[in-house]
Write a protein that binds this ligand. Sequence first.
Ligand code: PEP
Length: 252
Amino acid sequence: MRTPFVAGNWKMNKTVAEARDLVFKMSMQLREIAGVEKVLCPPFTSLVAVSALLEGTDIGLGAQNMYWEEKGAFTGEVSPPMVKEFCRYVILGHSERRAYFGETDQTVNRKLISAQTFDLTPIVCVGETLDEYESSRTREVVARQTSQSLRDVDPAFAPRIVVAYEPVWAIGTGKASTADNANAVVKDIIRPALAELFGAETAQAIRVLYGGSVTAANAAEYFSQPDIDGALVGGASLKIDEFAAIVKAASK
Ligand code: PEP
């Protein structure tokens, strides 16, 4: 049995004061929802404040990115031990990182190996662009991203990894993938790639989320799919009632 998992990716939104206000109100609703692993991923600048507010709750905290080196002359970067001071989770290889900041399967893999070293639970994002989708390259792209981004991981660490299937054409566009299509990609492309890396049993143990325009209105459809174990939520994770409703749908 895979425990449902819902993470909110705030992206580049909220000052510290705004984050405090949002988490104070949101945590009151979220902490009452059992049977689902729930994680908030605010910007780096709000991690300290949000971690204080989440102390003593069952709501986890995650970073949206990190660098792979432990320390040194890497201006503007944030290291795994810095993330680990406040977070148990880290999002890696989000499509916005891949599209705007030059991340590749190779750099995502280095970060993943570093997450393993520093005992952080990674949420690794994969997904095809609109162009790749329209030219029927979903299988090729998602299989490659999965096997390259997750290569050389210790099989003992593999069940800790959370994979998020996020078709780029569905992120922030309001054009969500159908639940059937998302489940088919996870079942026929992502889990077989995971099985090749870690064996069939581990592939069945790894949580795979869907992400891309998930809302309170469509979340339950995804969560009723046998191969989808939760969601990575962007825009809707900034709205208290909306995000709480998505988390609640995953807990059923
Ligand atoms: C995301 O940022 O990972 C995401 C899925 O965004 P949205 O829910 O806004 O599409």
